[in-house]
Each structure stands twice: as structure tokens, then as C-alpha cells.
Design a protein around this ligand. Structure first.
Ligand code: ADP
Ligand code: GN1
Ligand code: MG
Length: 393
């Protein structure tokens, strides 16, 4: 029987059970839940019971092959990255609370299974006793998540960039993102431009920002590193009891890029108290205590390896990546919602508006953000000097 037919004829529960049978996992299938917090992949959590009555859960995920046109390259990257992190955690860094994400082998020996007509699927260990959140409610959550992404960058800093494929070329090339928006607006194939003139004009007024990081990367003045590239707060799992960060997930966009892309996306997703799709724009504001928590968490893990140029641009990167994400949402709105999953009409327009509101907030608070980064760096440097002095005595 062709595998794809199983997907077309059975109930979802039967399909998930069938899917689980393709992976080297233990136990009998009991049930599943849909996990909806991401915009890209299709994710299920499935529960199994082993022969000795233990309950085990696994994550089954269908890779979005519209977004990732080379799924085998994505899986190659995920295998390299999870393997390297596991090694480094066990033999080098030994971080206390961290858990590693692992892929389970599938029928045929690969770490994914391909169903013609029904896509590429993989199975991960479920990071237990953890949660992910879409909005940071406490500075501790923001600190922990930012610290985890900084640690993640340091875990990857000794990987060979040649081992990693570029799965989405020019992912954070803000100028290209901007040009794509201009092109979508020129075509205006669905006649939506009239509904987003204000947003479109706001973006055009910020055109002067879009080249800043890319130009320095092109000139070799900023280092290219292997980074996560999608550091929204719901891509880190936090411990249910302690809020400690336990595992960074969603590794599909790990590629060579800039540390600033990662920091910028943390600022974008951790500083506002409102959801990314909040319609009341008064609720989207920049909370400086959250910004401080993000800067402290990230820099406590990353200050040792960042260059002075990277540190100087941290605050600005928050604004740039927020603007870029606003540009991407608006482009998708104009193009008919073909990229980000939506669940209501105008969803991408609404998402774009929150991003642009946050950009506006950062226009007003950029000086405080820069001062905050400098203060955090000063604190870290003086506490490391204190440690050096007390060790020498
Ligand atoms: P997307 O690419 O669509 O954002 P993610 O890989 O981020 O997909 O997964 C979506 C959500 O599923 C996450 O926000 C998280 O809540 C949950 N999730 C994903 N992987 C795991 C895992 N290994 N353990 C526990 N929860 C997970
Ligand atoms: C997508 O996959 P998810 O939901 O973590 C997107 C990010 C955007 C984000 C906006 C591969 O992230 O780049 O910043 O939505 N991922 C991809 O919320 O495009
Ligand atoms: Mg995600």
C-alpha cells in the first residue's frame, strides 16, 4: 500500500499511530495532541506506554516543505547540530539543567521518513516537565530564554560552517526582505495594498535601517557565526517548576549568520507583553525591565565571545529584526498568506502591525536600550575582574 494512502483514508488518530510505527520508539500508542504554537511546521505530541507500564511522549513533526524546499538539507543540519550539542554537553560544558533534543531513527535507517504526497516527518524526544510561552510574563523567563540562546550559540561556535547547508538563502538579508515587499506591493495581486498603506509607508520611512548589519557582514566587519536564526521565546522549553531554560528547539533555521539576528529576535519576542497578533496596539509596548533581562541573560552566556562591534549593535538589532519581521508579515499578507500559517482573515496584517508598533517604541527608547546594554556589560566585566582578583589572592 503506498504510504500516502494511509494519510488520506484514516482518522487523524490512526494516521498518528501509523506514523509512530515508522520510528524506533518503544511502547504502544495511546493518544496524541496537536501543538499549535509555531507558524511553520505541523507538530503532534504522541503518548506511548512501554511494556513495563511507563508513559513516554514523543514529538512528531511534519517539515513544512513550502518553506523548506530542500528538506533533506534541513534534516542533515538538524542531525549535525543535535549530535554536536549532545557531544559538547556531555564532554565539555556539562550545563546543569539542559536537556538535548534527539532524533529517533526511522524505518530505512534515516532520521526522517518521507511519505510521497504527505511530506517529511521526524520524531524527537519530548522535553518533559517543560512549557513554552508566546510572551514573557516575568523577567526570569526572559533572562532564562536569552541565556539559553546565548549558550546555544556557544555550543555551536566550534562547528564547521561547511557542515551546515544554507536551507533558506538570505533568511535575514533585510534588504532582500525589503525589496520583496516592494515587489509584492508593485504586483498587488490581491488588491490588498489599499488596506495597508499606513504600514507600507511606515516601512518605507525606515528604509535607512535595512542595510546596516548586512553591509558590515559583507565587509567582514562583523563575524559570521552558526546561529539559531529563529530565537522567539516559544522556541525554548522552560522547566514547569523552576522556569529554568531546559532546551532550545526548532533547529530548522540553524545556519551561518550573525549573533545579532538571534539577539534581535529575542528582543522582538520577549520585550512586549502582548501577543504577536494582538489587535489593540496600545498593548504592544517595549518593557525596559524585560529588555534588561534579555540583555543580561544573553550577555552572561555570550559576552566572552562577542566582538565590540557586535555588542555596539545589540540594541539596534532588536529594532532591525522587528522591522524585518513586520516586513515579512506584510509581504505575506500582500501575497495571499502563503508562508505563515494563519487562523483568521488579515492575520498577517495584524501581526505586521504589532511589529511596526514595537519598532516605533524602539525609535523612542533606543538611547535607554543602548545605555542598558552598556550597563550590563560593565557589570559583567566588573564581576569577572572581581573574580580574577579574588582568585589571585
Ligand atoms: P515551528 O517550526 O512550527 O515553530 P516548533 O519546532 O517550534 O515548530 O514546535 C512547535 C511547538 O511544539 C513549540 O513551540 C513547543 O511548544 C512544542 N515542541 C516542539 N518540540 C518539542 C519537544 N521536543 N518537546 C516538547 N515540546 C516541543
Ligand atoms: C516563524 O517557526 P516559528 O513559528 O518559530 C518563522 C520566523 C519568524 C516567526 C515570526 C522558518 O517562526 O522566521 O520570525 O515565525 N520561521 C521561519 O513569529 O520562517
Ligand atoms: Mg517554533
Amino acid at each position: 500500500m503506498p504510504l500516502s494512502s494511509v494519510f488520506h483514508t484514516n482518522s487523524l488518530k490512526q494516521q498518528i499511530a501509523y506514523l509512530g510505527d515508522q520510528f524506533a520508539i518503544e511502547g504502544d500508542f495511546l493518544d496524541f495532541e496537536v501543538l499549535n504554537s509555531g507558524h511553520i511546521n505541523t507538530t503532534f505530541r504522541a503518548t506511548y506506554r512501554t511494556a513495563d507500564h511507563e508513559v513516554r511522549r514523543y514529538i512528531f513533526q511534519r517539515l513544512n516543505d513550502v518553506v523548506f524546499s530542500r528538506p533533506r538539507d534541513v534534516m542533515h543540519n538538524v542531525e549535525k547540530v543535535t549530535g554536536h550539542i549532545l557531544w559538547k554537553m556531555r564532554r565539555v560544558i556539562r550545563p546543569q539543567a539542559f536537556q538535548a533534543l534527539r532524533l529517533f531513527p526511522a524505518h530505512g535507517g534515516r532520521n526522517y521518513i518521507e511519505f510521497p504526497g504527505a511530506g517529511f516527518w521526524r520524531c524527537y524526544n519530548c522535553i518533559e516537565n517543560t512549557y513554552s510561552c508566546d510572551v514573557a510574563e516575568t523577567p526570569r523567563q526572559a533572562f532564562e530564554a536569552a541565556h539559553a540562546f546565548g549558550t546555544f550559540q556557544s555550543l555551536l561556535c566550534d562547528m564547521n560552517p561547511q557542515d551546515i547547508h544554507e536551507t533558506i538563502p538570505f533568511f535575514h538579508h533585510t534588504r532582500k526582505r525589503y525589496n520583496n515587499l516592494m515587489e509584492a506591493a508593485r504586483r498587488d495581486s490581491l488588491g490588498r495594498l489599499d488596506f495597508c498603506r499606513q504600514e507600507f509607508d511606515f516601512i518605507q520611512k525606515h528604509e535607512h535601517c535595512v542595510d546596516a548589519i548586512q553591509t558590515l557582514l559583507d565587509q567582514g566587519k562583523l563575524p559570521v557565526r552558526i546561529v539559531h536564526n529563529d530565537t522567539k521565546i516559544n522556541n525554548v522549553m522552560l522547566d514547569c517548576d523552576t522556569d529554568q531554560a531546559v532546551c532550545v528547539i526548532d533547529l530548522d533555521t540553524v545556519m551561518p549568520g550573525s549573533s545579532l539576528y538571534d539577539f534581535g529576535d529575542m528582543v522582538r519576542t520577549m520585550t512586549s507583553p502582548a501577543d504577536e497578533d494582538e489587535e489593540d496596539l496600545d498593548k504592544t509596548v517595549l518593557r525596559m525591565p524585560m529588555f534588561e533581562a534579555v540583555a543580561s541573560g544573553y550577555l552572561q552566556a555570550a559576552a566572552d565571545f562577542l566582538t565590540p562591534q557586535e555588542i555596539d549593535l545589540l540594541a539596534f538589532s532588536g529594532q532591525l529584526i522587528t522591522l524585518e519581521t513586520g516586513i515579512r508579515f506584510l509581504t505575506d499578507y500582500l501575497e495571499g498568506d502563503v508562508y505563515f500559517r494563519i487562523s483568521r482573515p488579515n492575520h498577517n496584517l495584524i501581526r505586521s502591525r504589532t511589529q511596526l508598533k514595537l519598532v516605533k517604541e524602539m525609535d523612542q527608547q533606543m538611547d535607554q536600550m543602548c545605555n542598558c546594554v552598556n550597563n550590563v556589560i560593565d557589570k559583567i566585566q566588573s564581576s569577572s575582574q572581581d573574580n580574577t582578583t579574588s582568585n589571585a589572592m
